[in-house]
Write a protein that binds this ligand. Structure first.
Ligand SMILES: C[S@@+](CC[C@H](N)C(=O)[O-])C[C@H]1O[C@@H](n2cnc3c(N)ncnc32)[C@H](O)[C@@H]1O
Length: 397
């Protein structure tokens, strides 16, 4: 609690006669008032009836929980990175077996596993055997198709450090990711390291898997026969759309380095006949033609001018009646809590020079400006919204 001290108010002369100085008297009165208020607050907090109510209204734990969130974050990211959940999925184990398996020093092992029990990612039974919780078994075991840990692995190795530069981003507006000497080619820089490429692409699957399900359900796919996902990464959206709508065939148009990773993923769903890979650079030439052209978590990495150019290229590549579909963690007008979209905006600013999360209204306007009609906005999941618009039936291709 903030306190003022009488000595702070002393004028710059000897103490003789200072006691009665008006500044000293005022400071003493302020201090007395502050102490009375602190004492009253202490008594209220200690009261069995009022204390819990006040703590419910103003709980310091909530502030600490957010501020110290990196403790929990680091514990979970480390557990994912070393493959703890994948090992425990094979067989629950007591502490000593976990220590032996990973070759840990015993000092921190117990605290680490107990923290994960507290975070409800592990359970410990009466015989002190640790096992995955239901959430961890489903989402954090690398052997499961529902594995979300790719995003967490990426966060652990890349985003965690980038976010330490937030203060610098605020001062300079500059990204904290290593910039390419030839410009700000985020993907070019990232993809030079094959391990970073693999982690990034499976991280994208982690982000987009949950969103692909409602997009496959709540977009009018039945009207169309073909689609191309620009920058599909591993291909989670094409897979979920193809599994939901057996009449559709599709493609990913992505940088050539992504091809083997896309093809492995597609083959694991037995979809190689219906989904193919088109290598190319979306900035370089025209976009491939299809009834639906999708951009997922891609446009947010560029400034407005580049986004408008890509929207115009999509318009040119679509047949009359065809549709552009954009999804991103857009800031939605009228949604009460947009803070995850704002966090996502900071993340893309830390990564790229011009990126930002647009509002859904902004995106809808870009589509209208390019000539699209019946522009529609729908919430997808969490911070993510989709905006789609139709090329008029009478338009020339
Ligand atoms: C952030 S990921 C988005 C992945 C996916 N659409 C999703 O929502 O999960 C961006 C994807 O766009 C691809 N990409 C980046 N620049 C590209 C370019 N110039 N041409 C084609 N694809 C590009 C990347 O390789 C990556 O697969």
């Amino acid at each position: 609690m903030e306190r003022s001290h009488a000595s702070d108010a002393l004028p710059n002369r000897t103490n003789a006669g200072a006691k009665g100085h008006p500044g000293v008297v005022a400071a003493r009165q302020t201090r007395t008032r502050t102490m009375r208020r602190d004492l009253l607050l202490l008594k209220v907090l200690q009261s069995p009836s009022l204390g819990p109510a006040i703590r419910w209204l103003v709980d310091p734990q909530r502030v600490l929980h957010v501020g110290m969130g990196f403790w929990s974050s680091r514990v979970v990211l480390t557990a994912v990175e070393i493959g703890l959940f994948t090992e425990l999925a094979k067989r629950p184990r007591p502490l000593q077996e976990v220590i032996d398996h990973f070759g840990w020093h015993p000092r921190a092992a117990h605290a680490f596993l107990e923290a994960l029990v507290g975070l409800e990612l592990l359970t410990r039974d009466a015989a002190s055997v640790y096992a995955n919780s239901r959430q961890a078994a489903l989402f954090l075991d690398r052997a499961q198709p529902s594995y979300l840990g790719g995003l967490l692995e990426l966060s652990s190795t890349r985003l965690y450090d980038l976010w330490s530069g937030l203060g610098d981003l605020l001062k300079t507006g500059r990204p904290q990711a290593k910039e390419d000497p030839d410009g700000n080619d985020f993907f070019g820089t990232l993809y030079r390291d094959p391990e970073a490429l693999r982690k990034f692409l499976s991280g994208m699957t982690g982000i987009s898997m949950g969103e692909a399900v409602p997009i496959a359900a709540h977009f009018p796919w039945k009207r169309f026969k073909t689609f191309v996902d620009i920058g599909a990464a591993q291909g989670v959206l094409p897979v979920v759309v193809a599994l939901t709508h057996s009449h559709l065939t599709g493609a990913s148009y992505d940088l050539a380095a992504v091809q083997p990773i896309f093809e492995d993923y597609i083959a694991s769903f037995d979809l190689s006949e219906r989904l193919r890979f088109l290598p190319g650079d979306m900035h370089a030439g025209p976009l491939p033609s299809a009834d639906v052209i999708c951009f997922g978590h891609l446009l947010h990495g560029f400034g407005e001018e580049k986004r408008r150019t890509l929207i115009a290229k999509s318009y040119a590549a679509l047949p009359p009646g065809g549709t552009i579909l954009i999804y991103d963690a857009m800031i939605a007008a009228g949604r009460r809590r947009n803070y995850v979209s704002f966090l996502s905006s900071l993340n893309i600013m830390l990564e790229t020079r011009d990126g930002f999360e647009a509002t859904t209204d902004q995106c809808a306007q870009w589509l209208r400006d390019a000539g699209f009609v019946r522009v529609t906005t729908r919430h997808v999941l969490g911070p993510t919204s989709m905006v789609f618009g139709f090329k008029p039936q009478g338009a020339r291709q």
